[in-house]
Design a binder for this molecule. Sequence first.
Ligand code: ARG
Length: 462
Amino acid sequence: PEGKLWGGRFADGPSAALEKLSASVHFDWRLAPYDIAGSRAHARVLHLADLLTADELTGMIAGLDALEADVASGAFTGTVADEDVHTALERGLLERIGPDLGGKLRAGRSRNDQIATLFRMYLRDHARIIGGLIAELQQTLVDLAEAHPGVAMPGRTHLQHAQPVLFAHHVLAHAQALSRDAERLRQWDERTAVSPYGSGALAGSSLGLDPQAVAADLGFEHGSVANSIDGTASRDFVAEFAFITAMIGVDVSRMAEEIILWATKEFSFITLHDAFSTGSSIMPQKKNPDIAELARGKSGRLIGNLTGLMATLKALPLAYNRDLQEDKEPVFDSCDQLEVLLPAFTGMMATLTVNRERLEELAPAGFSLATDIAEWLVKQGVPFRVAHEVAGACVKVCEAEGIELDQLTDEQFAAISPHLTPEVRTVLNVPGALASRSGRGGTAPSAVAVQLAEFKENLAVQ
Ligand code: ARG
């Protein structure tokens, strides 16, 4: 069939229904710059193998350069009649340098090794873009922590008041999770820096082409694949990328959920900036945390992209199968979603205001200093089992009387346990409770300062 890369053995052209089903150019066109880079590298190894003369190589590279410029300017685009990006670009090359020279480029390669290579190149670039966006969000969290030194807040487990913590400590917890995501992207990139180009359809090439030269040309630091069947069949690099992007979405969604709660009337911990909030078409008073809600929603979509991809890969026999064409849209979508979400989320975090009074008012509420009573007793030599009981008894009295722990009288303390001397009051305040947790990773201002300094150092080299 006209314009196809595989016409020879066919008497009839493809049906319109098949063409419609088969077409991928509407989504794989974004790989065009990578396809052209691959073609340039391939032309050079054809020349090294004496399959292109020096003049032919020059003409080929000039044609690819011209094509690249026309792709960049939009003067040349793939159409539905082109099955995929590879076919479209071959048409573009033939239009520019003619079929005699242009027709030589395809020797020794297949769309199977091409697509496996281009997809890696595309995702490696986007791993760097997403990594940069994560670093900006982390920097914003560092700024938020630094802008609120010494501010206490209620720390929660089970969403119930647990123990007072430093606001900066809590904010940095989210930043730490993002550091692991950023590290995952870097480690994934190391594993993905291997080129499948030269694997051909699955078995390699008989033309004496050097896959290592192509790998070096295309910036694959770890050379070419050790196994051409694996090179064309494997997509674990896609699945792992989809996992990492889903994990980023999930980590951001946990922050998002807190923002949504914190912005409610009931919490009143934060106020979002107008520029990063939305209103209601009917309720004039509304100010909604839509960015955080979209972050929460998109995390589900990112998980779906991972899940769909895993289902596509499951039980797929080696080597290439056309099923693998289904691997791209989900992961392109994961990149697209994160690349619009992260800047908006960072903007929201950078512009919110913190209601310090509200945070500090609630920090000691809900008997969150009960652990401090128990640990104070342990320091007086009381076994923790007993100390826990005694502190629990204090809570029981407070609950019955509708008061907080620091409102118990000396007499009430003494009645609960002779160990509870008036000195227990030294730990019944938030600054004392915070300062006492000064071990590595703890919530004491001194410990959080160490964490912050270490974090900034790591962020600088990340
Ligand atoms: N468009 C295909 C894909 O995305 C690559 C081309 C391989 N096609 C083929 N018929 N072998 O996987």
